[in-house]
Design a protein around this ligand. Structure first.
Ligand SMILES: [Fe+2]
Ligand SMILES: [Fe+2]
Length: 475
């Protein structure tokens, strides 16, 4: 069951041929997906042979097979983790009952909404990243970008399968709509804010895959706990793919820092203009990009107090991160949690029922996880003997959603006046000047083993191939 059948049009481990109606429905969605890929997927990439991994089994030992593939021929398909026998629901008001193999009528609308919202982010990021191939700093990086892109495409397939199989006609309509909305489109945008932002340069891409794909990890991890078993099994497999996306971001930022530190030491300066003239990205600009991507991403967790979040948890649709590892009653009716609010221009903590604060709980777990990687980035500066350190801004900084929306806050968590915000926001968020400087560095560098001057080579290649391997072949 866990082996994937590649002899069919839609590779899968869900016995698709045993359900002809579903198979036909998905086979008729498939050409629309390919058309979407051709229209708004990676620009100019149609004839490239890309060294990609493809899922061949969902077993942890060896699910990936590497080889050259033209991306539009990538074996997108439907892969679920194997079913756990007699799995029971382990949180919420249905705790102890059998997990659901079908969608209970009373939770249908909420489950559909959760799946559509998750599904919408997958094609959105492909759209956001579609021009990046034209300015790739190396073949290695180009290949990583494309790997992320095809896997986001597969994540879309994962959600579309659930919609088609379990939600009938409105599921099919939602699956169509997932190909119709477009990132940044004025009339028909993607559902969530961060997925309508531009990813115009590779520094943004690395920050996005570090911070925003990590939001994906936390959302998927919460859905992997779901009482709706097909959703839990689908998202578990997606999580194994997500790890690579975050690796691309973390190592990407780390390599940019490494290169900047190297040039700082060579020139013996931290003067921004001199460093920019030398073609590297200065550390204060790195911090501003970080501030932007971090704040936009933590908004994705939603309002700090939310009755929907309570409903999703109590009814078993969406758990907490690592629900199984927590030592509490997994019902949370009597528990409270601290959220921030603004009173007379000052931030205050207040206790609210934990069930209503579950977005905040997930956001705080995310923040801890993000901080760990930032500490690893700081090791790069430490090793190079440079005393600059990156940090994540305060969680009230630059927020657009929840009780902290519109509160003027410095990155270190000090409430500031509108006047101070206006006069200092250029120190805190990327300016047009920063963006156009970074854009000026974005030039394709595609000779095997060569890297653009603003980024260091990786320590090792992909799948134990050498760094100067021919990761993408152009015809
Ligand atoms: Fe994804
Ligand atoms: Fe991802």
């Amino acid at each position: 069951m866990s082996t994937i059948d590649y002899s069919v049009k839609i590779p899968n481990n869900v016995d698709l041929s045993g359900d002809r109606t579903l198979q036909r429905a998905l086979e008729s969605w498939q050409p629309n997906f390919i058309k979407w890929w051709d229209d708004v997927g990676p620009e100019g990439s149609t004839h490239y042979d890309v060294y990609l991994r493809t899922a061949v089994s969902v077993d942890p030992q060896g699910w990936a097979q590497f080889g050259y593939v033209k991306m539009r021929d990538y074996r997108w398909g439907i892969f679920l983790n194997p079913a756990e026998q007699d799995r029971t629901i382990h949180f919420g008001d249905h705790k102890g009952e059998k997990a659901w193999q079908e969608v209970p009528g009373e939770h249908r609308a909420n489950l559909r909404r959760i799946i559509v919202t998750q599904g919408d982010t997958e094609p959105a990021s492909v759209e956001q990243q579609r021009h990046l191939g034209l300015t790739a700093p190396s073949l290695y990086d180009l290949r990583n970008l494309f790997q992320v892109n095809v896997e986001e495409g597969r994540h879309l397939w994962a959600m579309v399968y659930l919609l088609h199989k379990y939600f009938g006609r409105d599921g099919r309509e939602e699956a169509e709509a997932l190909l119709e909305r477009q990132s940044g489109d004025e009339n028909n945008p993607r559902i969530l804010g961060a997925f309508n932002e531009k990813t115009p340069d590779w520094l943004s891409f690395f920050m996005f895959t570090y911070f925003t794909d990590r939001d994906g990890k936390f959302q998927l991890a919460a859905l992997a706990e779901s009482a709706f078993d097909p959703l839990a099994r689908t998202t578990r497999f997606m999580l194994t793919e997500e790890a690579h996306h975050m690796f691309v971001g973390e190592s990407g930022v780390s390599r940019v820092l490494q290169r900047t530190c190297q040039v700082m030491n060579e020139l013996g300066t931290d003067d921004v203009n001199k460093l920019r003239a030398a073609g590297v990205i200065d550390l204060p600009t790195m911090q501003r990009y970080l501030n932007f991507h971090y704040s936009v991403t933590i908004d994705l967790f939603g309002a700090d107090q939310s009755s929907n979040a309570a409903t999703f948890y109590s009814s078993g649709l969406k758990g907490r991160y690592e629900e199984g590892k927590r030592a509490d009653d997994h019902a949370l009716h009597d528990q409270s949690y601290k959220v921030l609010e603004v009173v007379d221009g000052k931030l205050q903590e207040k206790d609210v029922p934990m069930l209503n604060a579950l977005n905040e709980v997930l956001r705080d777990d995310y923040i801890k996880d993000s901080n760990a990687g930032v500490a690893r980035w700081n090791k790069v500066m430490e090793k190079a003997g440079i005393d600059f350190r990156l940090s994540v801004p305060h969680k009230a900084f630059n927020r657009q959603i929840g009780a902290l929306a519109g509160v003027r806050m410095s990155p270190d968590g000090r409430p500031v006046t509108e006047q101070e915000w206006e006069s200092r926001k250029n120190e805190w968020l990327p300016t047009d000047g920063d963006r156009s400087f970074v854009a000026s560095l974005m030039k394709q560098c595609l000779a095997p083993g060569k890297f653009a001057g603003w980024i260091a080579p990786p320590v090792m290649g992909i799948n134990r191939q050498p760094v100067d391997f021919d990761y993408v072949k152009f015809q």
